[in-house]
Design a binder for this molecule. Structure first.
Ligand SMILES: [Zn+2]
Ligand SMILES: [Zn+2]
Length: 294
């Protein structure tokens, strides 16, 4: 506890930030401490932190890392470079890259909106993976349990916006699952931690992702129907044409094999996405795998 001990000093300051609920500051301080303190780099972090910070503050630090936002984007999204955020091109074609929505996935965090695992100290990655998967699985369950927007009715700008929001939310979770599967595989390969834990995480995340893919296809179908209704009601020929193109684009995206070239493509989940090419009826609950990541 001697205050001359630099590690103890850093830990005290991390603990203060955590107690005050300043979780981002705690993360920054801890990462900075690791980059300076060579002792910290060599030790097994979880036991050391449990001892110096206590169990509850260690949990708080793990949660802080799990929820730490990506430094590049806002909730996984960036303005689409291809169409400069319009969602369509000057000639009226719909921009596939951003699904006509004007925003694409951040490359840095795969659209998850959370800081990349590379930023998380190696000794804490397994714990952060578990905490983060738990958060994403809970959000996916809530999203899948929520009724589809519009209650069967499509059309109207409000309906389109809700559908688009749900699509982006589902895709952000796909980004989180993609990252989880990627890191689980690489930690397993490196023999860093429990192989069973990594298998369980991968299986829970893949199972949730496969249900999300079906929901994404359904939302694309509804976006297509919405655009069709909007096209029929539109007086301006230009807007009508735009909505006709949206109708076609969303309908073909709903049947796309792997979403390649769009922000719906996820590298570690691509095989799973390809095997889901035909949209399922929305009543199909999907395989009930073990959803808990513990
Ligand atoms: Zn675009
Ligand atoms: Zn990002």
């Amino acid at each position: 506890m001697a205050s001359e001990d630099p590690t103890a000093k850093i830990m005290q300051s991390v603990a203060r930030a955590l107690s005050a609920g300043r979780s981002k500051e705690a993360v920054h301080q801890f990462v900075q401490a690791l980059s300076h303190d060579t002792t910290l780099k060599r030790v097994d972090l979880p036991p050391l932190l449990a001892q110096t910070l206590g169990k509850s503050k260690l949990d708080a630090l793990i949660q802080a890392f799990a929820k730490h936002p990506c430094m590049v984007c806002r909730r996984g999204l960036l303005i689409c470079d291809d169409c400069e955020g319009r969602g369509y091109f000057r000639d009226g074609r719909i921009c596939d890259a951003c699904l006509g929505l004007g925003t694409t996935n951040c490359d840095f965090c795969a659209g998850s909106g959370w800081i990349t695992y590379k930023y998380v100290p190696a000794g804490l990655q397994e714990m952060v993976l578990l905490a983060r998967s738990k958060l994403a699985l809970a959000e996916a369950r809530a999203l899948l349990a929520a009724p589809l927007p519009g209650g069967g009715k499509t059309g109207g700008e409000a309906n389109r916006k809700t559908l688009a929001q749900r699509l982006l939310q589902a895709n952000r979770l796909m980004g989180a699952f993609d990252n989880a599967v990627g890191i689980a595989r690489s930690l397993a390969e490196a023999g860093a931690g429990s192989a069973t834990t990594f298998e369980n995480v991968e299986s829970a995340c893949s199972s949730a992702a496969s249900r999300l893919v079906r929901r994404i296809r359904k939302l694309l179908q509804l976006l297509s129907e919405n655009a069709k209704v909007q096209a029929a009601q539109e007086k301006s020929p230009r807007q009508r044409r735009l909505n006709e193109r949206r109708t076609q684009t969303y309908a073909s995206l709903a049947k796309s094999t792997d979403f390649k070239g769009t922000s719906l493509f996820h590298v570690y989940l691509r095989e799973l996405q390809s095997s889901e090419a035909s949209p399922e009826p929305s009543t199909q609950p999907g395989p009930r795998g073990s959803e808990s990541s513990n």
